[in-house]
Design a protein around this ligand. Sequence first.
Ligand code: HEM
Length: 505
Amino acid sequence: MLVTAFLFLFCSAVIFYLALEKFGTIKLAHNFPGPRSFPIIGNSWYFLKPEERLPNLIRLQKEFGNRVLLKGGPLKGLVLFHPDDVQKILTSKEINKSSLYDMLLTDWLGSSIFYAKDQDYFRLRKILLPALDTKRVDNIEMNFNLHSKTLVKVLKIQEANGITPEIRFLFSLCALDMVIQYLVGKRTNCLSSSNQDYATAVHNQTKYISDRGCSPWLWPKIAWKLSKNGAKENTNIEFLHSFMDKIVLERKEEISRSKTIKPLNLDDLNGAESAEKEKLKLLDLLIREQERGQFGITDKYIRDEINFFKFAGHDTIASALTFTVFLLAANPGEQAKLHLELDEVFGTDRDRNVDATDLSQLKYLECCFKESLRLYPPAPIMLRKIDKDFQLDKEVTLPKGLQLMVSPWAMQKLPQFFPEPNKFQPSRFMPENAAGRHPYAYIPFSAGPRNCMGQKTAMIKAKTILAHVFRSFQVQLVNPPEQMIPMGSIIIFPKNGLNIKLKSR
Ligand code: HEM
């Protein structure tokens, strides 16, 4: 049975590969350097082991330079390491997301904005952006303070019981509570009730996606479905969908009971100050559009879009917070400077809400967070595809069909832009030190017309949580910093989580 399954997987991978080789071969007019590749597996051994993926990206840049050609299965991909090239790619409105994302994410995230192409993308972006408007800041502050305080309470209990908490998972639960309340207005209380099922399912899903993405022989759907992780992914996705379906359904019932939602006039979205616009949550906005019969919006589309925004705004934040805590715990001198700033802003008050004025004063905290996003950008790579021949420079035209990879992880460590690149130096982001830096050398939120839609919200959220945690605690690492191994997945995380020692201040 096992042998038959293996043969079947192998044959379908070979057929898939040969078919794409035949129909999808790309002719490169230019010879780019790159490592030797083999049929089907291409160069995938560079990315097979999650703990080696990120260091290998840096090795590739050092060995082959700023434009490196890789092969994965039948596909050719060019990794661009230099910010000049990256700027050209990310500012082009003609370059869309890679088709690999369609293959890897569609079962889970359906037809969300993430894959929308060309003008469809920009139209959708304009419609959805108001739901992330930072003018909803009061709402944000109340939501974000509430959940940050719950986190501090959980940490206090753990400290009192002599526990050294695994902070990544607690951040993940906290971020999930925040993002769901923010997008759909519902309290999930994952953190306070220690309900880990949904957060665990999201985390596992990102691992399945990354592992499949790095294994070209599992790209054919049938091969993936028959594999061990493919089967697990099926069950996982069913659970994730039913969780979100229930939330959407409940909200629709609430709305039809209360009838408080007025039809949205789309023209308001272009108006300068619509009070209605400021209050919209993403779910309500989508339900209104559906009620108005706009864009053929279905319940499934609403679920997909909420699922995508939740994914985009959940584990990314948890990852960024985990590494910021890691870096501050590993660098007590920088942590002491942060405590000084927090004491200047809050005095001895360890409990009051963080408000917009506080956030604007927490400049050092912002530098620490930005420097953490430089060293450990939550999304370590971004994939694109050339849909029409593209002139990269005078000599080089990138042909239609070529896949592209941009890696904030590798690029943000180029020493010509960040001297002593592996050192945690928050002061790099003081305005006087950042002035004149290449605008595309640092892109943790991507950049250009398709950059992260939640960037401003993410900064507010992260600063609020970090201000609460560091106001209340001094943080130390349980294990030596060398033992923290960042794992290259869709989102970066430490291999074994991050256990910390807390001391109340
Ligand atoms: C530290 C936190 C975050 C980081 C580092 C981050 C990073 C990114 C990056 C790199 C992209 C571009 C991906 C690509 O083009 O392949 C992206 C896209 C996106 N992000 Fe974020 N993000 C964060 C938080 C958030 C939050 C809180 C939200 C909203 C709740 C959000 C919403 C989005 C959306 C909707 C997109 C898709 C834009 C598009 O497809 O064009 N993000 N994010």
